[in-house]
Design a protein around this ligand. Structure first.
Ligand SMILES: NC(=O)c1ccc[n+]([C@@H]2O[C@H](COP(=O)([O-])OP(=O)(O)OC[C@H]3O[C@@H](n4cnc5c(N)ncnc54)[C@H](O)[C@@H]3O)[C@@H](O)[C@H]2O)c1
Length: 709
């Protein structure tokens, strides 16, 4: 057997060990189901057996979920249904076995892995931070369908179970214990032994039923009858609609399935799950999300041959929003992180922010209090370069000012060693311009993080034609160790993400100049699937930042005949900087009106056009999104990005392009390059040369191929 092994202990307890071959994690696949079916036959036939323990042999993984490669290979609804029906039947057999089954869990217990644990009679888990429970199916456009949708609410209560299934939220050991998701917590080294003893005790009646946790009175009331439950379902439905705007089918399917289970029983609910799983599996949303997830997974190993430098000493220049954010994701990476600012007060403030982040991780159980203190001790606030001599990597995150960044590079070259890498976190300035006077330009690279750094998953690495391979390999390795998904792009104004974003934003500003209402644009683009409307976003980021980026991008726009909007400059001149100054496009000094943010009353004076006579939502969506997509295709054509996949990852993970659409390139492929070409040609006729379709798009349309094979 390749994935499972069985050992019969002297206590007459069988121990089934999951250890998927050729993989660092365990996943449930048809091959594993086949082995498990065979083993269950053996177990059921053995009358001397008293019970079963299921455990994993992997380092930090019980079961990470279903095998994504297999899911990606499935095409038809029936294939998805057959896959999950087999898993469902297997877990039903485990749950229905008359002898006690104990799951001994250490590490990731996700998706089907959690469903397996729920099918057992008793769950024992290690007390380590690596032990994590979650139902991430919803983030893949799918649902738990091997019985978990019914077992979880019955174990921990409907009000607590729904958020876990609907958001994919992770639960660490302390919370899992509190929820009643696990029955016992033990030290990792004693997990197997303790699980065997628990199975024996359960078999011999020494431990009849696992102790139930105490639930709050409100939760008990809400879960005690159809009236309470219908209230919970209604609230969940409302929250789901607010969050997904009906664009993601999985959460609604999960709610329907759970409701069906309560109305018609677990058996009928299970059958319904299988049908829905098949329906969800073939939706474009699930396809896009599964592909996105596996693309992110594939970047957990570096593609570079060159050996990365191990970054033991990291220097960060600027302890502001980005500087302390980068320091915060580097605490388990470097042995020392120097956080330098102009004053000790500013540097210490940045370090305090790092502590706040560590504290939060400690509270959720992601790290221990010992780790929190040890990690914090590695962060050293400073104001000079005295300790920079042996830094392996210095990341600058000072103000977005070319001369300032050049002078930081000069300082670092003077004080650090020959091998020190200098990375800039600039969001728009060309790295080659920063490195223009560098004495070691091969050591210079861009590492563009996104805000907030601890939450945004992308690291855009920018190389110039002089950047050495080992430097790129190091930046990639650092990104992986910081938990980021990396894309490597070529240098230029705005690189990839800022470039396509600013071109899109220019169109947003032109539409506003034409008299389209900010609310209409925000509504159109959130309905398209962006998490935040573009006008709100400019207000949040800051109109001054927008003006600066537009200035950097101006020569590029002029060269491409892209008419530049001037609205941001007008707001900036009037002192409207967005939320930070109280007013931007919207007014933040007053409350909302009918749930909508109030418009800045001076805004209409800055617009010469009359309010738009028609605000056709689809037209707005096309004008805004097509500008971004066409620019992304031009970036691929120019070699700024190396592949369509890089382009999709960058847009989704860095800019919030709707994940269920798969990114600009998958979206263009799904629409069909020839349709996109036609639509751009129409827009070009209506609005001018900025909509001129990319040559590469024309090529794809004419050859009948797509951006992906
Ligand atoms: N804020 C974002 O969303 C974002 C996203 C990506 C990239 N960036 C880029 O990151 C950089 C920093 O942005 P931020 O938002 O953190 O700015 P910030 O204003 O919050 O922080 C800048 C910090 O640099 C410090 N500083 C200035 N001159 C210095 C010097 N000579 N020595 C040491 N420290 C000095 C300032 O005191 C300040 O603490 C900019 O280049 C920006 O374009 C910002």
């Amino acid at each position: 057997m390749k994935h499972l092994s069985l050992e019969k202990r002297p206590e007459e307890i069988a121990v089934l060990t999951i250890d998927c071959a050729e993989s660092s994690v365990n996943t449930l696949s048809s091959a594993l189901f086949a082995e498990a079916e065979q083993l269950l036959d053996t177990l059921e036939a053995d009358r001397s057996l008293k019970g079963l323990v299921i455990i994993s042999a992997k380092e930090n993984c019980f079961v990470a979920g279903a095998d994504l490669n297999e899911l990606q290979s499935l095409v038809h609804e029936a294939e998805f249904q057959a896959f999950i029906a087999r898993g469902n039947a297997l877990l039903k057999r485990i749950s229905g076995w008359e002898k006690p089954v104990v799951c001994a869990i250490h590490g990731n217990c996700l998706g089907c892995g959690l469903e397996l644990a729920l099918a057992a009679d008793y769950r024992m888990a290690s007390d380590e931070t690596a032990t994590v429970f979650a139902f991430p199916e919803v983030t893949l456009g799918l649902m738990p369908a091997a019985g978990g949708t019914h077992r979880l609410p019955r174990l921990i209560g409907l009000p607590e179970a729904l958020p876990l299934m609907l958001t994919g939220k992770q639960v660490r050991i302390k919370k899992a214990r509190k929820l009643g998701l696990v029955d016992a917590v033990v030290a990792r080294y004693s997990l197997k032994h303790a699980a065997v003893q628990a199975a024996l005790k359960l078999a011999e009646g020494g431990m009849t039923q696992p102790k139930k946790r105490r639930r709050t009175l409100v939760n008990r009331l809400l879960d005690s009858g159809s009236l309470g439950r219908s209230l919970v379902f209604k609230q969940a439905e409302k929250a789901v609609h607010q969050q997904t705007r009906g664009l993601y089918p999985a959460p609604a399917a999960i709610l329907d399935s759970v409701r069906h289970g309560y109305a018609h029983g677990v058996e009928a609910g299970g059958k319904e799950d299988i049908v829905r799983f098949g329906q969800l599996g073939v939706t474009p949303a699930a396809r896009s999300l599964i592909t996105l997830f596996s693309a992110m997974n594939s970047r957990k190993t570096s593609p570079y041959q060159a050996k990365p430098v191990e970054v033991k000493k990291l220097g960060i220049l600027g302890a502001g929003l980005m500087g302390h954010g980068i320091a915060g994701v580097s605490t388990d990476l470097a042995e020392t992180t120097l956080l330098k600012d102009r004053t000790l007060e500013a540097a210490a403030k940045g370090a305090q922010e790092v502590m706040r982040g560590l504290d939060k991780r400690c509270r959720t159980g992601a790290i221990t209090s010992f780790e929190r203190d040890a990690f914090f001790a590695r962060v050293i606030p400073c104001t000079d370069y005295a300790a920079f001599k042996n830094t392996d990597l210095v990341v600058e995150a000072v103000f977005e000012d070319l001369e300032l960044k050049r002078s930081m590079l000069k300082d670092v070259e003077e004080v650090a060693s020959e091998a020190t890498i200098f990375a800039s976190n600039t969001s728009s300035l060309p790295i080659s311009a920063i490195a223009e006077r560098a004495s070691r330009p091969e050591n210079v690279i861009g590492m563009h993080y996104f805000s907030p750094v601890h939450r945004m998953p992308l690291l855009e690495i920018i190389t110039t034609d002089k950047t050495a391979d080992w430097v790129t390999a190091t930046a990639f390795d650092v990104g992986i160790r910081q938990g980021k998904t990396c894309i490597v792009v070529k240098d230029g104004p705005g690189f990839y993400t800022t470039r396509i974003f600013s071109i899109m934003m220019n169109e947003v500003m032109l539409l506003l100049e034409e008299g389209v209402a900010p609310h209409a644009l925000d509504e159109a683009m959130t309905r398209f699937g962006f998490p935040v409307g573009p006008v709100t976003l400019v207000d949040e980021v800051g109109i001054d930042v927008g003006v600066h980026v537009a200035g950097v991008m101006r020569p590029h726009c002029e060269a491409r005949n892209i008419q530049g909007a001037t609205l941001l400059d007008r707001l900036y001149t009037k002192g409207f900087l967005g939320r930070k100054s109280g007013k931007g496009f919207y007014d933040y000094t007053k409350g909302k009106k009918k749930g909508q943010r109030r418009l800045n009353s001076d805004f209409s004076n800055l617009i010469v056009a009359r309010p738009s006579k028609h605000e056709d939502m689809e037209e707005l969506q096309h004008r805004v999104s097509h500008m971004m997509i066409n620019e992304a295709i031009i970036c691929l054509q120019e070699g700024v990005i190396a592949s369509a996949e890089d382009g999709d990852l960058g847009a989704i993970l860095g800019l919030g392009f709707p994940p269920f659409l798969g990114g600009p390139f998958r979206y263009a492929d799904a629409m069909g390059p020839s349709t996109m070409l036609e639509q751009l040609e129409t827009l070009e006729k209506q609005h001018g040369p900025r909509f001129k379709p990319a040559d590469l798009l024309r090529e794809k349309a004419e050859s009948g191929t797509g951006f992906y094979d």
